[in-house]
Design a protein. Structure first.
Length: 359
């Protein structure tokens, strides 16, 4: 059952991670370029508890480097030890109750937040729920939309109920009671994809080509998440579509086609140059429009905000949804910045459009 004990969990957040801010001697930092008197202060919250901590920080730093000039954007690291403002590589304790830190004896209080944690506790909506409890505005999908989208099995079953195409799958919750290889293969065939349901899209995922490897893949997936989805193989062309809302309405970005040197689009393919991301995708105009329309419909149905990315497999011209990403990668190597570049917009213009609508 999908767990979302928001109230209890985020009361704990408010108490466990509230840190008293303090000043740092000026000789360690150069603050002369920081001017927050007439700007809105924006917390780009990153880090988190998953294996994608470093990727999240890279995404946040790229957003900060390309943020509109009329905002003062700060990197706020979320760690198990607490919250910290990262200024010139120095980590300053951050008060998560007041959403503020002390700089040169002055309190710098945040006016707005962007949650850019890949995985737990941001992409699944926990931080957003906490921000709502302390009445802090944020530019993200809300707690329910984030939690639903984050769980691969629940999200796909939800979308399937509204007529969207998804892969056949098996859902499993108990790492100590795994179905037999034969039972899985009889239902789904080979190859299969094994994924943690409640984790990001870079770790714990395996493509299994041999029956004897199924159990190992399932155990690896359970190391990253509490539940596992086993999906039948979709043989086709992988594409992805970014969607966001501006004052002009929903905007679907150009499709990106993913061609990987590995067996599938895994962590190495994403972040170590072992894939080719082709924007715009090499598909027909008609199929491009169909995927963009489906992406917009999914975005609206899930009640998403800010940027989201919907991944597809095109099988004989038929789009199947793989997963929905409410916090897609935004590092220099990531797909969404390349989509934005293909439109002719700068990333500053892109974030200006989102902030104008969502902030």
């Amino acid at each position: 059952m999908l767990q979302f004990s928001t109230l209890v969990l985020h009361i704990l957040f408010a108490h466990n991670f509230s840190i008293t801010a303090y000043s740092i001697n000026n000789r360690f930092l150069n603050f002369e370029s920081l001017n927050t008197q007439e700007m809105k202060n924006v917390a780009i919250i990153c880090g988190g508890f998953s294996s994608e901590f470093d990727i999240s920080v890279k995404s946040a730093e790229n957003i900060q480097a390309n943020f509109p000039d009329d905002f003062a954007a700060y990197i706020i690291l979320f760690k198990k030890e607490g919250w910290f403002a990262k200024i010139n590589e120095i980590e300053i304790p951050f008060d998560s109750r007041d959403m503020a830190f002390v700089l040169k004896g002055e309190t710098v209080k945040m006016d707005l937040a962007i949650v850019y944690i890949h995985g737990d506790p941001g992409e699944n909506g926990k931080v957003q729920a906490y921000l709502e409890m302390i009445d802090m505005s944020y530019v993200n999908s809300g707690p329910l939309a984030s939690q639903l989208s984050f769980d691969k099995w629940y999200c796909n079953q939800f979308l399937k109920g509204f007529g969207f195409n998804v892969a056949d799958s098996i859902y499993w919750t108990n790492a100590n009671d795994i179905p037999t290889n034969k039972a899985i293969i009889d239902q789904l065939g080979l190859p299969v994809f094994v994924k943690p349901c409640d984790s990001g899209s870079s770790y714990g995922i395996s493509k299994v080509n041999k029956e004897e490897d199924v159990q190992v893949a399932i155990k690896e997936a359970f190391k990253e998440g509490g539940t596992v989805i086993i999906e039948g193989f979709l043989d086709g062309t992988e594409v992805t579509c970014g969607v966001y809302r501006s004052k002009e309405g929903l905007i679907a970005l150009p499709l990106t086609e993913i061609v990987t040197e590995n067996d599938f689009f895994d962590f190495e393919a994403k972040y170590k140059g072992l894939s080719e991301e082709i924007t715009p995708a090499r598909v027909s105009e008609q199929l491009t429009k169909e995927v963009q329309i489906i992406s917009k419909n999914v975005y609206q149905l899930l009640n998403l905000r800010s940027i989201a990315r919907i991944d597809f497999m095109l099988v004989n011209g038929k789009p199947f949804i793989i997963e929905v990403n409410t916090t897609p990668g935004f590092s220099k190597e990531s797909i969404v910045p390349k989509m934005i570049e293909a439109t002719g917009k700068s990333m500053k213009e892109f974030w200006s459009e989102i902030l104008e609508k969502e902030a």
